[in-house]
Design a binder for this molecule. Structure first.
Ligand code: FRU
Length: 485
């Protein structure tokens, strides 16, 4: 470890200690989601299961609640439920990553854990440089940097980052989020036989490729994998204009389903579809775990979307991860469900099997709490059904459209909305509330809405409203948290 590396670790750990009490006193701290110990957390990185242990790294700015020269923080777990914080994995200590150890992924090779990441560099005139770099570990805790594996190819700007690496047959492949010199967002693919020497194949797809048309000026955090007979490209494009209910956030995250030609690196694909319809979701990353499940974590945040208006900033931290989701393909689209293991967090169940509300607003006995899971199954919604959460957010269904609303984070006199159309109507909703987060899995994972919520900490009211008659069942579980230590 270099002097600079040791120094950065010391400074970051000091920062954690210095603000520990402040951070931990925040009523908006979450109990069962990953958060930074101090400072800013963004993308999930290097998500992998190795020798039984799940590793989840994260983009971390320890010194500030804004973006900057990122570190890789590191959580580990045997069961996706109880997580421990491991020592810092990577610091921006070298010439090739001095302005940030940016996002990337992990693979296992020859009994070692390989991390691929982007070294973000700003030269003396503030011009950006991007290097795709490798770090290796024998024990999954200590990582040794091996320097630069891929330099910027011709035809692209230095917005070239977030390598996701995987193996197919006896070859390695890497996709990178990119911007071409004519300022179009792309995903670019490389191949390698040894993980060290990488050959450029070309764009997988992108703005201006094939029949896609204009589709954003930069694509971040690609991920490419097979699911139920399809090849899926997940990506976070920047520069899409809102279109009806779609693309309502500052930047989007979604996928193209199709068929990847491994000889050319080209993906023939269907239309882009958003993975999440809430206010905060970005830069998701998946892994194939040892049971063969495709699991996903997303960042519960969006870059440049009033990040500084989050009230947690007063307490020296900002942002968290989503819950882990399992992905499957139903023949038409990706289905996302909370990982099965999350049931281990549940306390005893409270069940109301048939509740009818007719032109009324009601609380339901025992339905309360800030660290809870609710499962609602609908028998009938005659006209309109709504849940008011903590006098803050509301989820409301009418005419085939589910709407999530909350006060605008910057201007609390305004309400903001996210909407999703449900072709088959609203059949079920599984909600996870964790103090300042809300995740809603709709119709068994056909759609998901993920958002931060900042109700008054002591406010616990949950109200159910129906115009016309609604009949439903509700189950509630109080959820235990995991240790962040
Ligand atoms: C996405 C992103 C990535 C980059 C990282 C830096 O949120 O901008 O493209 O690698 O964050 O923290």
């Amino acid at each position: 470890m270099s002097e600079r590396d040791l120094e950065l670790r010391r400074l970051a750990n000091e920062e954690v200690e210095k603000h520990k009490d402040t951070v931990e006193s925040d009523p908006y701290r979450l109990k069962y989601h990953h958060m930074p110990p101090v400072g800013l957390l963004n993308d999930p990185n290097g998500f992998i299961q190795w020798k039984g242990t799940y590793h989840l790294f994260y983009q971390w700015m320890p010194f500030d609640t804004g973006h900057g020269a990122k570190f890789w923080g590191h959580y580990a777990s045997e069961d996706l439920v109880k997580w421990r914080h491991e020592p810092i994995a990577l610091t921006p200590s070298d010439w090739f990553d001095k302005n940030g150890v940016y996002s990337g992924s992990a693979v296992v090779h020859d009994d070692e854990l390989y991390l691929f990441y982007t070294g973000n560099v700003k030269d003396e005139n503030d011009n950006r440089e991007a290097y795709q770099c490798i770090a290796v570990s024998q024990d999954g805790v200590h990582f040794e940097k091996q320097g630069v594996a891929v330099n910027l190819p011709e035809g692209y700007t230095p917005h070239f980052r977030d390598p996701k690496v995987w193996k197919k047959a006896d070859h390695w492949y890497m996709v990178i989020g990119a911007q071409s010199e004519d300022l179009q967002g792309k995903v670019v693919m490389f191949q390698s036989s040894d993980l060290k020497n990488w050959e450029l194949m070309g764009p997988v797809t992108g703005s201006g490729e094939g029949t896609l048309g204009s589709f954003g000026y930069m694509w971040e955090c690609p991920d490419l994998f097979a699911l139920g007979g399809k090849d899926i490209l997940i990506v976070s494009p920047q520069g899409l204009e809102p279109q009806g209910m779609n693309y309502a956030n500052t930047y989007q995250s979604g996928y193209f389903a199709g068929a990847l030609d491994y000889n050319t690196g080209k993906l023939e694909h269907e239309d882009f579809r958003e993975l999440d319809r809430g206010f905060e979701f970005y830069a998701p990353q998946t892994t194939l775990d040892e049971q063969g499940r495709r699991l996903l974590f997303g960042w519960m945040g969006v870059p440049d979307q009033y990040e500084q208006a989050h009230p947690t900033i007063e307490y020296q931290w900002v942002h968290c991860m989503t819950l882990p989701r399992e992905l499957t393909w139903n023949g038409t689209q990706i289905i996302q469900k909370p990982a099965e293991e999350l049931k281990q967090m549940r306390g005893p169940v409270l069940l109301h099997s048939s509740i009818t509300i007719n032109n009324d607003q009601k609380a339901i006995r025992g339905i309360e709490g800030k660290s809870v899971e609710w499962n609602l199954e609908f028998e009938k919604i005659e006209d309109q059904f709504a849940i008011e959460l903590f006098q803050y957010a509301s989820l409301s269904y009418k005419d085939g459209v589910l709407t999530l609303s909350r006060p605008h984070l910057e201007d609390k006199t305004k309400t903001e909305f996210r909407r999703v159309a449900l072709e088959q109507g609203l059949k079920s909703m599984r909600l996870y509330v964790d103090h300042s987060s809300l995740e809603v899995f709709i119709n068994e994972g056909e759609e998901v809405m993920t958002s931060r919520i900042f109700p008054q900490p002591e406010e616990e009211h949950i109200l159910f409203t129906s115009l016309g008659e609604s009949t439903f069942s509700i189950e509630q579980w109080k959820l235990d948290g995991f240790q962040h230590a």
